[in-house]
Design a protein around this ligand. Structure first.
Ligand SMILES: Nc1nc2c(ncn2[C@@H]2O[C@H](COP(=O)(O)OP(=O)(O)O)[C@@H](O)[C@H]2O)c(=O)[nH]1
Ligand SMILES: [Mg+2]
Length: 455
C-alpha cells in the first residue's frame, strides 16, 4: 500500500514502449533491465527516489497483454460509471483474474493502491485503435494520469499520437528516456504537480531538490578534476641507483612507470565521475571513445588541450613570453599573430616545452649513490590536456541517461570553445592556475577557474 502523501507513479503501457527505460532514467538507476524482447518486466518493481526534500516512487510494470479480455471482464462486472473504480479493485483481487491476467493485475494493483499513471507509447509507430482499450481501462481507475510519447526510432507519428492521447489524458508530453536531461526530468514532475493537487507541494519541492543535486554534482565533478590535476602535475617517480649512467639507463623504465601511474590516476577520476552520476554498471574507458587516446603523444594534444593560438595566449598571460610587454587584450589577436607569428609561436613552444612531458634528474644522496627522479611534469600544456580530456568525459557521463546503454559522441573541440567563452579575466585565472601547477606551487583559484568551464 502506498503512503498517500508520497507521490507514486505507475509506468504502464504496451510491451516494449520504453517503460523500463523511462523508469531507469527518472530513477537514475542503470541496473533496471531494459530489453528489446517483450515480457522482460514480469512483476511490478518499485523504485524509491530520495531527495533532500522528500521522496517519490516509480513503479515499473509489465505491459498490457490481453487488454480486450480485461475490458470485457470489467464491463461485465460494472453497472454504471459510478462503480468503475470499484470494479477495477474487484478485478485485481479476483483469484481467477490473477490467474488469467497476471500482467494486467500486476500493472493495475499499484494504481488501485493510489499510484498515479504514466502511460507510455512509441511515437515512431502509428497510432491504432487497439490502444484505446488500454487507455479505457486506465480511465476506469479514475486516477490522475499523464501520457508520455517516447519517440523510440523517430518522431514520425507523434502528432497523430498527441491527437489521440488528448482524448484520454489531460497532459501529453514527448519524453525520450535516452536523451531526457535533468531539466526535462524535473519538468515532468512539475507538470504532474498541477495534475494532482495533493502532491503539488511535495513534487515542486522534490523538483527543486533534484535541481540542487544537479548543481552539486557539477561542483563535485570539478573537485574531482582539481584533485586529478594536483596529483598528476606533482607526481614523480624516484629510484635509487649506484651511478649517474645507471640513472640515464633507467629513464625508459621510470618513464613507463610514470605514464602508467598518470593513466591510472586519470582512470580513477573517471570512475569517480561515474559513481557521482550513479552509473554503477556502466563500463567506461576513454580508449573506447572515438578520439586520440594516447595521453603521452604530444602530436595528438590539439585534439584535447588548447589550440595553438590559445596556447600563445596562455603563455602570454602566464608571463613567460614577452612579459609585461604583451597586453592580454591583444594576445592572440590575429594582427599580432600575423605580425609576430613565427617568433612568438616559437617562443611559446619553448615556454610549453613542446616535446617532453617530463625528464629525468639525478640527485646525489647524502650516504652515497644517486637517486634518479622522473617527473614532475614540466610541459606547461599538460594540465590543459588533462582538463580537455576530463571535460570531454564529464560531458559524456553527465549527459548519459540511465536508459542509454550505448555510446554517445561528443565534439572534441568543446574544451577550446569553453575556454573561448570565458571572460578574459577568467581565462587569465585559468592560465595562471595551470602555470602554478607546473611550477609546483599552490593554485588556490584552480577550482573556481575550472567550474566556469562548465557554464
Ligand atoms: N533508440 C531508442 N530505443 C529505446 C528508447 N526507449 C526504449 N528503447 C529500446 O526499446 C526496447 C524496449 O525498452 P524497455 O524500456 O525495456 O521497454 P518496456 O518493455 O516498455 O519496459 C529496448 O531495447 C530499449 O533499448 C528510446 O527512446 N530510443
Ligand atoms: Mg519493461
Amino acid at each position: 500500500m502506498n503512503n498517500p502523501a508520497t507521490p507514486t507513479f505507475a509506468v504502464v503501457g504496451h510491451p516494449n514502449k520504453g517503460k523500463s527505460s523511462i523508469v531507469a532514467t527518472l530513477a537514475h538507476n542503470d541496473s533496471i533491465q531494459i530489453s528489446p524482447r517483450s515480457r522482460t518486466t514480469l512483476t511490478a518493481e518499485r523504485y524509491e527516489i530520495k531527495t533532500a526534500n522528500g521522496q517519490f516512487h516509480l513503479i515499473d510494470t509489465p505491459g498490457f497483454q490481453r487488454p480486450s479480455k480485461v475490458l470485457q471482464w470489467l464491463t461485465e462486472h460494472s453497472q454504471s460509471a459510478s462503480d468503475r473504480a470499484q470494479t477495477i479493485k474487484a478485478f485485481v483481487l479476483d483469484a481467477d483474474c490473477r490467474r488469467d491476467f497476471p500482467d494486467e493485475v500486476e500493472l493495475l494493483l499499484p494504481i488501485v493502491n493510489g499510484a498515479a499513471i504514466l502511460y507510455v507509447v512509441d511515437g515512431s509507430r502509428p497510432y491504432s485503435s487497439q490502444y484505446e482499450t488500454e487507455m479505457e481501462i486506465l480511465r476506469w481507475t479514475g486516477e490522475p494520469s499523464m501520457a508520455l510519447i517516447n519517440p523510440i526510432k523517430n518522431t514520425e507519428y507523434v502528432t497523430e499520437w498527441e491527437q489521440a492521447l488528448h482524448q484520454y489524458f489531460k497532459s501529453v508530453t514527448v519524453f525520450n528516456p535516452m536523451l531526457a536531461d535533468y531539466q526535462k526530468q524535473t519538468e515532468l514532475l512539475s507538470v504532474f504537480a498541477h495534475l494532482k493537487l495533493a502532491w503539488k507541494d511535495a513534487l515542486l519541492a522534490i523538483s527543486s531538490a533534484l535541481m540542487a543535486t544537479e548543481q552539486q554534482r557539477r561542483y563535485d565533478s570539478i573537485t574531482i578534476l582539481t584533485r586529478l590535476l594536483e596529483d598528476v602535475c606533482s607526481y614523480r617517480v624516484e629510484q635509487k641507483v649506484l651511478t649517474e649512467s645507471q640513472a640515464q639507463y633507467l629513464e625508459p623504465t621510470l618513464q613507463q612507470k610514470f605514464y602508467q601511474w598518470i593513466l591510472q590516476r586519470e582512470a580513477r577520476a573517471y570512475q569517480e565521475l561515474l559513481a557521482l552520476y550513479t552509473h554503477l554498471n556502466t563500463e567506461f574507458s576513454i580508449a573506447d571513445l572515438d578520439l586520440p587516446s594516447d595521453l603521452f603523444d604530444c602530436d595528438q594534444w590539439f585534439a584535447w588541450g588548447l589550440s595553438k593560438k590559445q596556447l600563445l595566449v596562455a603563455a602570454t598571460v602566464a608571463g613567460a613570453v614577452g612579459g609585461a610587454a604583451l597586453d592580454f587584450a591583444v594576445a592572440g589577436h590575429s594582427f599580432m599573430l600575423g605580425a609576430l607569428g613565427g617568433g612568438i609561436i616559437g617562443a611559446s613552444s619553448a615556454y610549453f616545452g613542446s616535446e617532453k612531458i617530463a625528464s629525468t634528474r639525478v640527485k646525489g644522496l647524502p650516504l652515497g649513490g644517486f637517486s634518479a627522479i622522473y617527473g614532475p611534469v614540466s610541459n606547461k600544456n599538460f594540465p590543459y590536456v588533462i582538463i580537455g580530456r576530463f571535460l570531454y568525459c564529464f560531458r559524456y557521463i553527465s549527459r548519459l541517461t540511465h536508459a542509454d546503454r550505448r555510446a554517445l559522441t561528443i565534439a572534441a573541440t568543446d574544451f577550446q570553445q569553453a575556454v573561448e567563452q570565458l571572460e578574459k579575466s577568467q581565462q587569465k585565472e585559468l592560465h595562471i592556475a595551470c602555470a602554478q601547477l607546473i611550477k609546483q606551487k599552490p593554485a588556490p583559484n584552480l577550482h573556481d577557474a575550472l567550474i566556469r568551464l562548465l557554464d
